[in-house]
Write a protein that binds this ligand. Structure first.
Ligand SMILES: N[C@@H](CCC(=O)N[C@@H](CS)C(=O)NCC(=O)O)C(=O)O
Length: 198
């Protein structure tokens, strides 16, 4: 597998996911901050918008961290990072896989751009509703799907870590302990160390 990646970007999510998966992969750095560099044709074939992360897995090419996490969890079930179709909790798993890009990301735009709070108009509801829903989602814990860590935690854990880093998590939020559990995972730390080394 080839992972198109750049340090200090959303590609961290898939670097962490690959480390959790434990399968061999090649990490190819794309400097998204260098506007003068030649576009890499193989990268653009996997990621038409030119965004990282993107993954090439045999004949499969895809971008978007949510889609990549679902692809990897489904394609490599032996890693135990997914919930199989037919399992009663597959619905909850899919909903949480989508939550980062469908709800958390637009809610962060609302927060950081200071947009008017309009829960009925916005698909994500509001920033506060997003936080409350996420807190309820991890309340049984320790992970989103209960006792078992899954690729949904890679997405939600990365976002929670980011929200905390940017100082927008409420002080008493249980999400702080969740972020701490995520950061304690060796795979998170491995992805963080090559992020820092770049
Ligand atoms: N929804 C995408 C977002 C990816 C994304 O926004 N990547 C940014 C870096 S954090 C990027 O590659 N930006 C470079 C560009 O747009 O040229 C995902 O989750 O994978």
């Amino acid at each position: 597998m080839k992972l198109y990646w750049c340090e200090k970007s959303r590609a961290f999510r898939i670097a962490w996911m690959m480390e959790e998966l434990g399968l061999p992969y090649e990490r190819i750095r794309v400097d998204i901050r260098d506007n003068d560099s030649e576009p890499n044709a193989d990268f653009l074939a996997a990621s038409p918008l030119g965004k990282v992360p993107a993954l090439v897995d045999g004949e499969t090419k895809l971008w978007d961290s949510g889609a990549i996490c679902l692809h990897l969890a489904d394609t490599y079930p032996e890693a135990g990072l997914g919930v199989a179709p037919g399992d009663a909790s597959r619905g909850a798993f899919l909903q949480w896989i989508m939550f980062t890009n469908a709800v958390i990301e637009p809610a962060m735009v609302e927060k950081f751009a200071g947009l008017e709070v309009q829960p009925l108009r916005y698909g994500h509801g509001s920033f506060d509703q997003m936080i409350e829903t996420l807190e309820n989602g991890i309340s049984a814990g320790p992970w989103t799907m209960g006792e078992r860590f899954t690729s949904a935690d890679v997405l939600l854990g990365s976002s929670t870590h980011f929200l905390e880093t940017f100082g927008v998590l409420p002080e008493a939020s249980p999400l702080k302990a969740y972020a701490e559990r995520c950061r304690a995972r060796p795979a998170f730390q491995a992805a963080q160390s090559f992020d820092a080394d770049s």
